[in-house]
Ligand binder design. Structure first.
Ligand SMILES: Nc1ncnc2c1ncn2[C@@H]1O[C@H](COP(=O)(O)OP(=O)(O)O)[C@@H](O)[C@H]1O
Ligand SMILES: [Mg+2]
Length: 264
């Protein structure tokens, strides 16, 4: 990790206590440090606590045990320094694509002309020109997800927390969005934590990949994955393929454990 940590997760546990049913220990003693402008991918079997960890860093869940800090200050709630793209796109159903994107910019106090322009720029960026006035219910899952991504990118947070943001997209759109995310990340000072199921996507996008263990989630391994992202033949290189295999093996072991502990 280059330089001092920007995001520090220190010995964090998280217990869900549903009003009905059993308590679930989702995270157990999770520690992770992420550097300023670093791009970290988070991998692990379904149910290992990836979303929980992002919600905690985003300030959407209270930190009950352990500590999470951003730039030295403890996280106590959501803030404009952290933008989150939720796994299940949380759009306002009563607002259009444009309205959803404008909302955050209005709250930031951006002038009207500027925010209108910015909303249009990001609608174009995610390929939704022509759908500005559509409501979420009129869009496909992939389009809703792109709206959610545009909304978060438009307000330009220094930290991007992305929960399987490209999972609902077709392969071609996914490739375009990956390239755009890398371009934005390289062009503006941003730290990214990116949850994905796609090992190749993780190795391609991230500087480091953190693999989590089956529930209760812990950080099982952290693997450096620094490659030249501008190399058009990167995916064909031996080094890239070997890194993907190495991480696949780590993830697969945990996925098998997760199957084993899955109750009825
Ligand atoms: N609101 C909740 N109440 C009870 N259990 C929950 C709740 N949210 C998540 N969990 C449980 O916590 C564990 C971690 O969930 P999650 O963070 O969503 O995992 P992941 O994103 O890695 O799939 C899972 O076992 C899940 O069933
Ligand atoms: Mg999740």
């Amino acid at each position: 990790m280059p330089g001092p940590a920007q995001i520090v997760v220190d010995s964090v546990n998280h217990m869900y206590r549903p009003p009905r049913g059993r308590e679930v220990l989702a995270l157990d003693q999770v520690s992770l440090e992420v550097g300023n402008r670093e791009f970290v991918a988070l991998l692990g079997p379904s149910g290992c606590g990836k979303s929980t960890l992002l919600y905690l860093i985003g300030g959407f869940l209270p930190v009950e045990k352990g500590l999470i800090s951003v730039d030295g200050a403890p996280v106590t709630g959501p803030g404009p320094d952290r933008g989150i793209v939720f796994q299940h796109f949380a759009l306002f159903p009563w607002k259009t694509v444009r309205g959803n994107i404008l909302y955050g910019l209005e709250r930031q106090g951006m002038a009207k002309d500027e925010r209108e322009q910015r909303a249009m720029d990001f609608i174009k960026l995610v390929g939704l020109s022509g759908f500005e006035d559509s409501y979420p219910s009129q869009l496909s899952g992939g389009m809703r997800q792109r709206t959610a991504i545009a909304r978060t990118l438009a307000f330009d947070p220094k930290i991007l927390l992305m929960d399987e943001p490209f999972g609902a997209l077709d392969a071609q759109t996914r490739g375009l969005m990956q390239a755009e995310l890398l371009r934005i990340w390289q062009a503006t000072p941003k730290t990214v934590i990116f949850v994905t199921h796609d090992v190749q996507e993780a190795v391609y996008l991230a500087d480091r990949v953190a693999v989590m263990s089956a529930r209760p989630g812990r950080i099982k391994a952290i693997v450096e994955t620094k490659f030249d992202k501008n190399d058009p033949n990167l995916f064909k290189t031996k080094a890239f393929g070997e890194k993907v295999d190495e991480i696949w093996n780590l993830v697969r072991d945990e996925a098998i454990k997760a199957q084993g502990v899955r109750g009825p």
